[in-house]
Ligand binder design. Structure first.
Ligand code: BG6
Length: 491
């Protein structure tokens, strides 16, 4: 593993798709602008698009340039010059695309070679087989798999087997972009580079934990994907469970590629299964209807503009999910972990809230328990709510006051997008922030019974109007024990 990337060929399958245009190429441009790509590094997009290099460069110029800071045209041109396009149809009859790619890569076997599969999971196995058949998989190659990895445990295992037949586990990078977010990295630093938290990071002091990923966006144009994914597969199985792991894991002995992942697997394996009749008690699913979100009137999920009309699957799919999870071990016994994610919520906010218990014996009226809020987005930061006395000569009046760390105010450097960090980790061969096979499968093992129960029910997801904080059931889920969701909009 080297720190500065050497020359690489980054081959992006699905290279003209939404993820590539919105996330990967802007992130790569930022890396290039910061001088973190070796001069010879090439970015080779593969798609069925029938584009040549000039067409692809024109497309990126038209579609990506507006979303990144281009203050130096020479730098932008240098980035465009790295781009190439190869037309390939996986499983198709025409081998010319593979032949062209083979010719492009010939003589560059000593470079790092990364295959980034920004495509649906069912293409992962066939892609790897065809790349192998074309003789393109070198011992130093790596493959990056975008989420979702399968749609249940069985399909995830099949994909892992298929990819594992061509690539060694150490060459496989399963990406979860939440792990590249700055606050998520900071959670590890906060927990393991400060002494004061560890003694109270357990069920003696913590009442419960909330993990929320709320979005204002809906799913226009995504029906084809979303009808078969839903919030549980799209957000909970990966992003939210990864955050839960980082909150709940034991201190790893080292900050290396396996130690952190070993600890995360242990958390996933300690999750109390939610099965059969318990699913209704501990989970809630919802689907947004028409409403007002971000100041605009928006349609319900079923009426979102799309090329395909809604089907039976569209009626059944959840755009909101909430779960009361439990980690069954000494540290966390009895502490609920509330997970929640939804589209068309009142505001965009991803955060982890650690709610401490109240003082054992209060001598003041009006005290409230301490709370640690880790804000992932927007306005990345960490805040600890403490009780303080309001100034005044009269009776002691308490007020919660924040001890606040805003990244934007404290650090002047730009907060990089998660993909920048993760792409650089792939190029330098550092898998620490990527999911190992056993992690992904352990997460599916916990999710599968919930999916199975939901899919067996005739009941549809609870409706909630766009622009509201999910269905009534979600409030009951936490309200049952006298708790409430943390609701706070930050600019
Ligand atoms: C993706 C999901 O993984 O994460 C999307 O497929 C979701 O549905 C997105 O919108 C959210 O990412 P972020 O970084 O905007 O929170």
């Amino acid at each position: 593993m080297s720190e500065t990337p050497q020359s690489a060929d980054l081959i992006v399958f699905g290279g003209t798709g939404d993820l590539s245009m919105r996330k990967l190429l802007p992130a790569l441009y930022h890396c290039d602008r910061d001088g973190r790509l070796a001069p010879e590094t090439r970015i080779i997009a593969m798609s069925r698009g029938g584009l040549d290099d000039a067409d692809f460069r024109g497309k990126v110029d038209a579609e990506v340039r507006g979303s990144v800071p281009v203050d130096d045209l020479a730098l932008w041109q240098r980035f465009l010059d790295r781009l190439h396009h190869v037309t390939v149809d996986i499983g198709g009859e025409d081998p010319t695309g593979w032949a062209r790619l083979t010719a492009m890569l010939a003589g560059h076997e000593q470079r790092d070679r990364v295959f980034y599969l920004a495509s649906p999971p069912m293409t992962f196995g066939p892609f790897c087989r065809e790349a192998d058949r074309a003789g393109l998989v070198t011992p130093a190659s790596r493959v990056v798999l975008e989420k979702p990895l399968g749609r249940d445990l069985a399909s995830a295992q099949r994909i892992n087997d298929e990819v594992g037949a061509i690539f060694h586990e150490r060459q496989i990078f399963r990406i979860d972009h939440y792990l590249g977010k700055e606050t998520v990295q900071n959670l590890l630093v906060l927990r393991f580079a400060n002494a004061f938290l560890e003694p109270i990071w357990n069920s003696l002091w913590i009442d419960h934990v909330q993990i929320t990923a709320a979005e204002t966006v809906g799913t226009p144009g995504r029906r084809g994907y979303y009808d078969h994914a839903g919030a549980l597969r799209d957000m909970v199985q990966n992003h939210l469970l990864q955050l839960l792991c980082l909150v709940a894991m034991e201190p790893p002995s080292r900050n290396d590629r396996e130690s952190i992942r070993d600890e995360k697997v242990k958390v996933l394996e300690s999750l109390r299964p939610i099965v059969g009749g318990e699913v209704d008690r501990f989970t809630v699913r919802g689907q947004y209807t028409a409403g007002v979100c971000d100041g605009a009137e928006v349609p319900g999920y079923l009426d979102e503009p799309d090329n395909t009309p809604p089907t039976e699957a569209s009626h059944r799919v959840e755009t909101f999910a909430a779960i009361r999870a439990e980690v069954k071990n000494w540290r966390w016994a009895g502490v609920p972990f509330y997970l929640r994610t939804g589209k068309r919520m009142p505001y965009r906010s991803s955060e982890i809230v650690v709610q401490f218990k109240d003082v054992p014996h209060s001598i003041f009226a009006g005290s409230a328990p301490n709370r640690l809020v880790l804000r992932l987005q927007p306005s990345e930061g960490i805040r600890l709510d403490l009780m303080a006395k309001e100034p005044g000569a009269g009776e002691v009046a308490l007020k919660p006051v924040p001890l606040s760390l805003s990244f934007a105010e404290t650090f002047t450097s730009r907060v990089p997008d998660a993909y920048e960090r993760l792409l650089m980790d792939v190029l330098t061969g550092n898998p620490t922030l990527f999911m190992r096979r056993d992690e992904v499968e352990a997460a599916w093992r916990w999710i599968d019974p919930i999916l199975a129960e939901w899919e067996s029910q005739s009941m549809l997801p609870e409706p909630y109007p766009a622009g509201t904080a999910g269905p009534a059931g979600a409030h009951e889920l936490v309200g049952r024990s006298g708790r409430a969701w943390h609701e706070e909009e930050l600019a």
